[in-house]
Write a protein that binds this ligand. Structure first.
Ligand code: MG
Length: 301
């Protein structure tokens, strides 16, 4: 299998001729939620059906970081370096304090329980933006069947006052999200299946309004085929590196596909990390992979 597939010649400069896909660990059930800790040179990631957060480092390999972990999904860090985790089972967004204590940041809107927060990103102003589809409460495998009380939405949480605001409510299944490096745009994928004759499986892009609190002008950015665009990250030039059914797709800010990284199993989510933020870590179904690229991830994932 060819690791890198160049579709647009601009992708060539991101490719290292002597770098290949490396398997860092396998035997997991379903991986998601990769987050790089540069200060500790380690990766945390979620193994959802096994109800655990895993840790990988070059020296220590793969270890269990936390179990049980509330059937964790998407993860990121806030501006103070604290781990932020979406919990399916807890139907909430959690923060792990620097002393290890856990704080529930959001678990309800207008008195009704959230569904199952899926993916999360923190803006430079400290606000936490997350998607809330019902995927994690539809099966016992990923969190335990529970009744949905709210529509699938995307929320903005201000952790200073705990106020939750709806920023998007016209998705079937909002999933991954990522700000452009200048935070003037937010990408959000829809992995919904309605309508059946034309399934929703694209990434949409929104403009962030001038005060940084709301989204405007939502439109389709790119349709990832084969699905799913479950999770994605921007590089420092604003290209979007998205998960896909056949690996990773690199899409430029205008929506053009530049190239692919072919992976033996579908990729659910990914993040840049490593010493120079140029190593791509891939949560690929039951396997954790990494591959070095010649491009750096955005400063703020
Ligand atoms: Mg997801």
């Amino acid at each position: 299998m060819v690791d890198f597939e160049i579709i647009d010649k601009r992708f060539k400069r991101f490719v290292l001729f002597n770098a290949h896909l490396e398997k860092l660990g396998d035997g997991f059930r379903w991986l998601e939620g990769p987050v790089w800790f540069a200060d500790m040179q380690c990766l945390l990631f979620s193994d959802i059906p096994n109800d655990r957060i895993m840790r990988w480092s070059e020296a220590g390999g793969v270890q269990v970081f936390r179990q049980p972990a509330g059937f964790p999904n998407g993860q990121t860090r806030d501006r103070e370096g604290r781990l932020i985790t979406c919990s399916h089972h807890g139907r909430c967004v959690l923060r792990t304090e620097l002393d290890g204590e856990i704080t529930i940041l959001a678990d309800a809107y207008a008195g009704k329980r959230l569904n199952s927060p899926n993916d999360v990103v923190v803006k430079s102003d400290g606000t936490i933006w997350f998607s809330d589809p019902p995927y994690g409460i539809q099966t016992d495998y990923e969190g335990g069947k529970q009744t949905s009380e709210l529509p699938a939405r995307v929320y903005r949480l201000d952790p200073r006052d705990g106020v939750l605001t709806i920023v998007a409510d016209d998705f079937d299944g909002p999933n991954g999200l990522c700000f452009a490096p200048d935070e003037r745009r937010l990408y959000i994928s829809d992995t919904g299946v309605q309508p059946a004759d034309d399934p929703v499986e694209h990434i949409r892009v929104f403009d962030v309004d001038v005060d940084g609190k709301a989204l405007l002008n939502g439109r389709v950015f790119h349709k990832v085929t084969p699905r799913n665009a479950d999770g994605f990250r921007c590089d420092e030039d604003g290209n979007v590196w998205s998960s896909a059914g056949d690996g990773v797709h690199c899409i430029d800010p205008s929506g053009a596909l530049l190239g692919k990284i072919n992976v033996p199993s579908g990729v659910g989510n990914l993040t840049f990390g490593g010493r120079y933020r140029s190593r791509l870590f891939l949560c690929a179904s039951q396997t954790l992979y990494a591959i070095y690229t010649n491009q750096r991830g955005a400063q703020r994932p």
